[in-house]
Design a protein around this ligand. Structure first.
Ligand code: SAH
Length: 353
């Protein structure tokens, strides 16, 4: 049995499922979901991510967190949280840097949000010295300042896709045709989030909506508003959703999103405008391209220091990693970092002009 066969059997010949249900099955089906694997991410997995490319990424986020914590008066107890930590490489790099600031570490309560049991297990092993806890939903976050990070988490949350007609919308679903899966447009009532999209789209355009992200943003901002702290959400995407961005990656190469469910990673661009709209009063947001933010945080200097100890192939890889993280033609421009902070707090490092 494969996930494809399982989906074809459950969809049947007359049914269809929204793209969101298809994504959820691809990533989290209990038998065949892609994130049931321990080796889903990194060089061995289908795709790699910024913290897996270079230790510099997590280190600079660590420096960012320690600085933001100090600027907010070094609260004596706070939550250090990560959404979707994957192999926990980034948190490991953050904690190594933070280890130089003993008062930060001893004030931190480490909390992870991770849906995959296999990846929770990897995280437990990697961070065993730091006693992390896992929570299932963000309403379980303690009532204290929240310093939260997430990298390539929101792109994995399910999206629904709508195609505009002249005055109405069709929803794009997944249907079964024999032993293949295919996209099919079905009648739809639309969605309240589409109402503002009549002014900036034309008939035929696709708009993607990620409902699951909104309550998460509301909860994160509500903690930050009430208790202080900061959130740094890095991901790929833009200021608004426009066009079909559903993509699957297998063995570091793009594949058709319906070709091998469960065998490949599946994700879609993050609509940062929708995330920013969800934060409410009392907190402010800022959005920067990843390359600009990393260089503002001192990546070039850190890369130079690390390079001094390297030679040959290791040096070549280090230089390639720096380029990959920051160059506009690689991850520097498409990837963004979204900051959420209390409106009265100073702009943290990397965001000041
Ligand atoms: N942050 C890591 C991993 C990115 S992959 C890195 O940059 O390498 C996405 C991660 O988010 C995985 O750990 C996946 O299991 C987790 N994830 C995706 N959707 C989730 C959800 N709804 N709830 C909790 N974790 C989720």
């Amino acid at each position: 049995m494969t996930l494809k066969a399982k989906l074809i059997a459950s969809i049947g010949s007359s049914g269809t499922i929204p793209v969101s249900d298809y994504m959820t099955a691809c990533l989290f089906d209990r038998e065949f979901g892609y994130y049931q694997r321990r080796d889903a991410i990194g060089a061995q997995g289908a795709f790699t991510t910024a913290p897996e490319i270079s230790q510099m990424f997590g280190e600079l986020i660590g420096i960012f967190l320690v600085n933001s914590w100090r600027e907010q008066g070094s609260p004596r107890r706070f939550t250090l949280a990560e959404l979707g930590p994957g192999r926990a490489t980034m948190m490991d790099d953050i904690l190594r840097v933070a280890g130089r600031f003993e008062s930060f570490l001893s004030a931190a309560e480490l909390i992870m949000v991770e849906q995959s049991p296999a990846l929770r297990d990897v995280q437990r092993q990697k961070l065993s010295g730091h006693h992390p806890q896992w929570i299932d939903t963000l309403d379980m976050l303690p009532e204290q300042p929240l310093f939260l990070v997430a990298n390539e988490f929101f792109d994995a949350l399910p999206i629904r896709q709508f195609r505009r007609r002249r005055c109405s919308w069709k929803e794009i679903h997944v249907a079964a045709d024999g032993d293949a899966l295919e996209f099919q447009e079905v009648d739809s009532e639309g969605d309240s989030a589409l109402r503002q999209r009549h002014s900036d789209t034309r008939p035929g355009d696709i708009v993607e909506i990620r409902h699951a992200a909104i309550p998460l943003l509301e909860q994160i901002s509500s903690r930050i508003r009430q208790f202080g702290g900061v959130a740094l959400l890095s991901d790929y995407g833009g200021e608004r959703s426009w066009g079909d961005t559903l993509q699957a990656v297998s063995n570091h190469h793009p594949v058709h999103p319906l070709a091998e469910p469960g065998e490949s990673d599946i994700s879609a661009h993050v609509d940062f405008g929708a995330l920013r709209n969800a934060v409410g009063d009392g907190v402010s947001t800022a959005l920067l391209p990843q390359g600009v933010w990393l260089e503002g945080m001192g990546l070039v200097e850190r890369a130079r220091i690390l390079a001094e100890r390297l030679e040959g192939e290791a040096l070549r890889q280090h230089i390639a990693a720096q380029r990959r993280l920051t160059h506009p033609a690689e991850m520097g421009e498409l990837y963004k970092v979204l900051l959420i902070r209390p409106s009265h707090a100073p702009l943290p490092p990397g965001f000041e002009n």
